[in-house]
Design a protein around this ligand. Structure first.
Ligand SMILES: [Zn+2]
Length: 274
């Protein structure tokens, strides 16, 4: 099964239609998961993949909506029989974050381990790679590189270039319009890109600065179209929609004003063949 599966295409706003950000790339024998947004293990269950079958997790940045279910993934992977270490790649800060989470849960986990007597204690081991070079890892016919993107003040923030034999998949992560990403996406077969559709001021929960600043560190529909066109991307898949509910036809039309390739407005559980 060689596929991209959009598990969660939402953002921090809770939505039962669009879960938190998470994308699965399943290629030959390897399952790569990008980000661990809210509801990721439920979505994996819907597509028939056990958390124990995830081989590598790539985290784009440390915003809570991208890491909130890491612990759930760790524990449910152990429950579903993982024997290999839980392997996560991501930015600086990931190790401290994960280990503090483990510390918080330690009394509960110790009790559970002693009581449940599972045979696969090795599945609780973990490997954390805080990425400090372009190359993240290579395995069989898969090569993963990080792309520095611009989500300031969140630093570092990564996109990823995933080469599956000769197929190039680019994942933007969260970013404002980013020339470095555009360069990396040149001639990509698939570009999975975030988009801020529209943020209107709601005075009970936002200030004008809230709207300006959130809009500022994401990419607009026009900008994502221009980037995909400049990079001559073959297929553009949109995800991480802010807000999670919007007019999909209008978004597609707006992006297509600037990009002549194929546009897919992502939705949760959408599968795209590689
Ligand atoms: Zn973010």
């Amino acid at each position: 099964m060689n596929k991209i599966i959009l598990l969660g295409t939402g953002c921090p706003s809770p939505s039962h239609i669009r879960y938190g950000p998470s994308t699965l790339i399943s290629y030959q024998e390897t399952n790569l998961l990008i980000d661990a947004g809210s509801g990721v293990t439920q979505r994996l269950s819907e597509v028939g993949i056990k958390p124990s079958e995830i081989n590598h997790i790539l985290i784009t940045h440390m915003h809570s909506d991208h890491v909130v279910d890491l612990y759930q993934l760790y524990i449910s992977g152990w429950h579903t029989g993982r024997t290999e270490p839980f392997t996560i790649h991501g930015p600086t800060g990931l190790k401290a974050f994960f280990e503090k989470t483990l510390e918080a849960y330690n009394p509960e986990l110790s009790l559970r381990k002693d009581w449940e007597r599972r045979p696969n204690e090795s599945g609780l081991n973990y490997l954390i790679n805080e990425i400090d070079s372009t190359s993240v890892f290579t395995k069989d016919n898969i090569e993963v590189n990080k792309i520095d993107v611009d989500h300031y003040p969140v630093e570092p923030a990564f996109g990823y270039e995933i080469n599956l034999d000769s197929t190039k998949v680019i994942y933007s992560g969260d970013t404002r319009y980013c020339k470095n990403l555009e360069k990396a996406a040149l001639n990509a077969d698939f570009l999975i890109h975030e988009v801020l559709v529209d943020l209107t001021l709601n005075k009970t929960r936002m200030t004008e600065e809230t709207v300006t600043n959130i809009t500022d560190y994401h990419t607009s529909p026009k900008e994502v179209g221009i980037l995909a066109e400049n990079a001559k991307v073959k297929k553009l898949i949109l995800n991480h929609f802010v807000p999670p509910v919007f007019n999909e036809e209008e978004l597609e039309r707006e992006v297509k004003e600037h990009y002549s390739g194929e546009v897919v407005v992502g939705r949760d559980l959408l599968e795209i063949n590689l």
